[in-house]
Design a protein around this ligand. Structure first.
Ligand code: C2E
Ligand code: MG
Ligand code: MG
Ligand code: MG
Length: 279
């Protein structure tokens, strides 16, 4: 459906579009108060070493329980928060929650929005939270989406974070602009393979070839790979065959409330090692 008619600048009245804008505005307004009203909480998805099935870390994922609309996906509300300075406050709140509940011996991975990277006090704020929660910087990974990294303007900030011992991950790798050249220049440690590629593993040979190429690329660049959205044992085995040993997905654990995280991370692992295949 066309948002604009032709090249003459005439705008077609589109009720769906108008509804969406109105809903965006209403949600954005409600979101302003969500944090203060206690409507936000954080859930945690274990990140596992597929060869042992043991959890090595967890990713913090924000949740919003709207008082009348019920749960709203972060895919819907994060972009609204990103339009304003609100994302900075929310992002730091998630970080503090996550580091407060991090099980000893594991690391915590927290999503960072592109807008937060532009904030001149980001590095200082992150270090303050590490200090307040008595967390070693090596226990923190910050995830940044590929599209936020296509230009080099964020490189100094990423470099500063890394100089303090914080690791940086590229999230949803392969879904952004994919200028492979930038990868060699960026100061990053981890590459998270988007679940679209993991899903393709059980599809066509071409799909498998793409996943394989991404894993090879990461190896050449000495980056750790983490596969996202692993749902089947076949996918887990295939990834390990291709050289990716870390992953997260419903096969291992869904995102969990903080109270269940420690138990889940120390529970008997779901092993999907190649050695056990057919055993
Ligand atoms: P993401 O960072 O790539 O997070 C992974 C998403 O995949 C999560 O969706 C997770 O619940 C989902 N997932 C995990 N395993 C599976 C699986 O096996 N199958 C399927 N189908 N999905 C799986 P979620 O929690 O809805 O979050 C969506 C996105 O919202 C995140 O993608 C991230 O980009 C953003 N987000 C969430 N929390 C935050 C936050 O605190 N700050 C920022 N800036 N963004 C956030
Ligand atoms: Mg992420
Ligand atoms: Mg991701
Ligand atoms: Mg994603």
């Amino acid at each position: 459906h066309a948002k604009r008619a032709g090249t003459h600048g005439w705008t077609t009245y589109d009720p769906a579009m108008t509804d969406r804008r109105a809903e965006d505005a209403a949600l954005a307004e409600d979101l302003q108060h969500a944090l203060d009203r206690g409507e936000l909480h954080v859930v945690y998805q274990p990140i596992v070493d597929m060869t042992t099935g043991g959890a090595v870390g967890a990713e913090a994922l924000l949740r919003w329980e709207h008082p009348t609309r019920g749960p709203i996906s972060p895919v819907r509300f994060i972009p609204l928060a990103e339009r304003t300075a609100m994302i900075t406050r929310m992002g730091l709140w998630v970080l503090e929650q996550a580091l407060t509940v991090r099980p000893a011996g594991s690391y915590m991975s927290v999503n960072l929005s592109p807008r937060q990277l532009q904030d001149p006090t980001l590095v200082h704020d992150v270090l303050s939270i590490l200090h307040r929660t008595a967390t070693a910087p090596s226990r923190l990974v910050l995830e940044i989406t590929e599209s936020a990294l296509v230009d080099d303007t964020h490189a100094p900030t990423l470099q500063a974070l890394r100089e303090h011992g914080i690791r940086v991950a590229i999230d949803d790798f392969g879904t952004g602009y994919s200028s492979l050249q930038y990868l060699t220049r960026l100061p990053v440690d981890i590459l998270k393979i988007d679940r679209a590629f993991v899903a393709e593993l059980n599809g066509t040979p071409e799909g498998r070839a793409i996943a394989e190429a991404v894993i090879r690329l990461a190896q050449v660049l000495h980056l750790t790979t983490i596969a996202e959205g692993i749902e089947t044992t076949d996918q887990a085995l295939e990834l390990q065959t291709l050289g990716c040993t870390r992953g997260q997905g419903y096969l291992y654990a869904k995102p969990l409330p903080a109270a269940d995280l420690l138990t889940a991370m120390t529970a008997t692992p779901t092993t999907t090692t190649i050695a056990r295949q057919g055993a």
